[in-house]
Design a protein. Structure first.
Length: 348
C-alpha cells in the first residue's frame, strides 16, 4: 500500500490526531435563522402493510399532487407499480408502470419500466441482477428498449461473500469496455474495516487516472476520516464521519486546505429510526447555514393504516439567492429503482 505523505499536511495531521484520540467534536449549527425562509419542497406519503407499499402520494412544493401510485402483488415473486397523475387512478391519467420480479430469497432480480407515449405504454428501460449466496449483487445491467447498456457493473467479494474487493463499470452489456473500477482493501484483523479504496477511470486520452481514498479509524470505531488523493498523490478533500450507538451522527466535508465546507447531521428516535437529516453549508461569511432538511416519520392514521412520510424542506436567506434543493428527490414509484446499490456510492 502506497504511503501518502500528503496526508500529513499540518491541518490534516491534527484532524487525524483528533480523530484517532477521540478529541474531535461534533459539528453543531450556530446560524442565525432570523432571515431564513423555510419552504416545504416535496412531500412523500406511503401506506403499507406486511406485503410492502400499497399506495403512495407525491406532492410538489405547491402542495399539488404530482404522482399517485398503486402497488399490486399478484404472487410472491412479482410486483407491479402503476403511477397516475391523479388519485382517480384511471387509465386516461396513467403515467407509467414498473414490473418487478423476485427470486425465492426475496432478491429483486429483474424489472421493466414502461411509460405512456402517444396514448400507449412503451417500454423504456429494463434491468437484471444476479446475487451471491449472501444476497450481495454480482452483476447489475440496465438497458434501454433497444438493448443498449445504460449502466453495467460487476462486483467481486472476498471468501466471506460480504466484503467487496472490486466493482467494475462497463459501457457495454458485456465486459469488453471497462470504464471505471474501484478496488478495496481491508484490515487484516477487523476484516470488515476498509482501509483503502482505489478508483480508476478511463480518460479520453485512453489512459487511466488513479484516485485513492484512505480511511483512518478510531480505536472504538466511532469515528473515521476519509482522505482523498489524486493521481499525483495530492490530497483533494477529506470527509469525517462520527457515529453513536452504531448510527451515523455527522458527516463533514473539508477541502484540501482544511476549510470546512459542508456537513450533515442525523437524528434518530428512541427505536433507532432516522427521523431527521440536515444539510449545512459552512463556506460563507455568515457561518453555518441550514440549506436542506429531510424529516421522516412512521405513524398510524385514523383508519388504523401503517403510514410512512418523508418531507423535504429548503431554506433561503434574505442576503442570498434562494437555496437550491441539495438532495435527491424522494423516489417516486414511477421511477425505475436501483435494486443493487453500488458499494462505493456516497450514501447518506
Amino acid at each position: 500500500m502506497k504511503a501518502y505523505r500528503s496526508f500529513w499536511k499540518p491541518w490534516i495531521g491534527l484532524l487525524a490526531a483528533s480523530l484517532l484520540f477521540g478529541c474531535a467534536t461534533e459539528n453543531t449549527a450556530d446560524f442565525s435563522d432570523n432571515d431564513s425562509t423555510e419552504t416545504l419542497y416535496e412531500r412523500y406519503i406511503e401506506r403499507y402493510d406486511s406485503s410492502g407499499p400499497l399506495v403512495t402520494w407525491l406532492y410538489d412544493e405547491t402542495g399539488a399532487l404530482a404522482e399517485y401510485s398503486k402497488f399490486d402483488y399478484p404472487d410472491d415473486l412479482h410486483e407491479t407499480v402503476s403511477t397516475y397523475s391523479s388519485e382517480a387512478a384511471t387509465e386516461d391519467v396513467l403515467v407509467s408502470k414498473v414490473y418487478y420480479t423476485y427470486d425465492a430469497d426475496g432478491n429483486l432480480v429483474s424489472g421493466e419500466f414502461w411509460s405512456v407515449a402517444d396514448g400507449a405504454l412503451t417500454k423504456q428501460t429494463v434491468f437484471s441482477v444476479t446475487y451471491n449466496s449472501q444476497g450481495n449483487y454480482l452483476d447489475y445491467l440496465e438497458q434501454d428498449a433497444d438493448g443498449n447498456a445504460i449502466e453495467h457493473r460487476v462486483c467481486t467479494y472476498d471468501s466471506s461473500g460480504e466484503n467487496y474487493l472490486s466493482e467494475t463499470y462497463y459501457s457495454d452489456a458485456g465486459t469488453a469496455d471497462r470504464i471505471v473500477e474501484y478496488d478495496c482493501t481491508y484490515d487484516s484483523t477487523d476484516t470488515w474495516k476498509y482501509l483503502q479504496e482505489d478508483h480508476y477511470y478511463l480518460l479520453d486520452t485512453g489512459y487511466e487516472r488513479n484516485v485513492v481514498h484512505t480511511f483512518t479509524w478510531t480505536a472504538d470505531d466511532l469515528m473515521y476520516l476519509q482522505t482523498d488523493f489524486d493521481e499525483s498523490d495530492v490530497m483533494v478533500q477529506a470527509i469525517m464521519y462520527t457515529f453513536e450507538d452504531g448510527k451515523k451522527k455527522t458527516r463533514s466535508f473539508y477541502n484540501q486546505n482544511g476549510l470546512l465546507l459542508l456537513y450533515r447531521t442525523y437524528q434518530y428516535n428512541a427505536a433507532g429510526t432516522l427521523i431527521e437529516l440536515c444539510y449545512y453549508n459552512y463556506g460563507n461569511s455568515e457561518g453555518n447555514e441550514l440549506t436542506v432538511k429531510e424529516a421522516y416519520s412512521l405513524y398510524t392514521d385514523d383508519a388504523g393504516n401503517s403510514m410512512y412520510e418523508k418531507r423535504y424542506y429548503t431554506y433561503s436567506y434574505a442576503s442570498k439567492s434562494p437555496s437550491l434543493k441539495g438532495t435527491e428527490s424522494a423516489l417516486s414509484a414511477g421511477q425505475l429503482g436501483k435494486p443493487a446499490a453500488a458499494h462505493h456510492t456516497d450514501a447518506d
